[in-house]
Design a protein around this ligand. Sequence first.
Ligand code: ADP
Length: 243
Amino acid sequence: MIEVNNVKKSFGKSEVLKGVSVHVEDGEVVVILGPSGSGKTTLLRCINFLETADSGELTMGNISVNLKKANKKQILHIRRKMAFVFQNYNLFANKTALENVMEGLVTARKIPKDKAKEQAKEALDWVGLSDKYDYYPSRLSGGQQQRVGIARAFVLNPEVILFDEPTSALDPELVGETLDLIKRVAQKGITMIVVTHEMSFAQDVADKVIFMDEGVVVEEGSPAQIFSRPKEERTKQFLSRII
Ligand code: ADP
């Protein structure tokens, strides 16, 4: 179970998150929708301490941390339970696909290299890259790089994976296969929070959809509720523009 409470974050004078709370049950897939600039990415980054929130609290299982004041030890503890999949893959350019997937296992998880290599190979096989172990990111397509990104997250066996618009940098013809892979991750029962503009993915895969606008959660509910019977005018307007 993950509980995010009352997260606030400003950049300069602009208040990007105005007290956002999100509740995610174990094994749930939560999709966050909303217009560009509504604070979705900032929320994910605050949850993973890639950005320091101005206030807010995160509870995972039996630990609660203050998102502003968490100390190094607490941050490491939370990070060990999470993995992040970035919009722009964020692979190490000077490492091969295999080394990219091994990196977190060796440095963060302290797993011996031989064992990490075996696990990384399995993860790359699972995402369909068994013939690309030794390729550097520059020689992989966007879709393949994102597969490495997903393998790198998945291999850590995290309690939750945060996906930040994982398909928005991809050529349109590569979006479907990447979403299919993310669905396979969901089928493994891993808790996921996914920021995306892919409505059909949200409809198919989400247990819960959260609609954000201007730094607040406007509405949340099951995909059926949000897509078929949205209550709030802002949700209706957003959906009418996008679907
Ligand atoms: P979304 O993911 O919903 O598109 P973001 O969280 O990326 O929204 O951005 C919300 C707002 O915060 C935007 O106006 C964006 O320009 C601003 N913002 C995000 N990151 C920074 C930053 N590091 N510095 C200044 N402004 C930022």
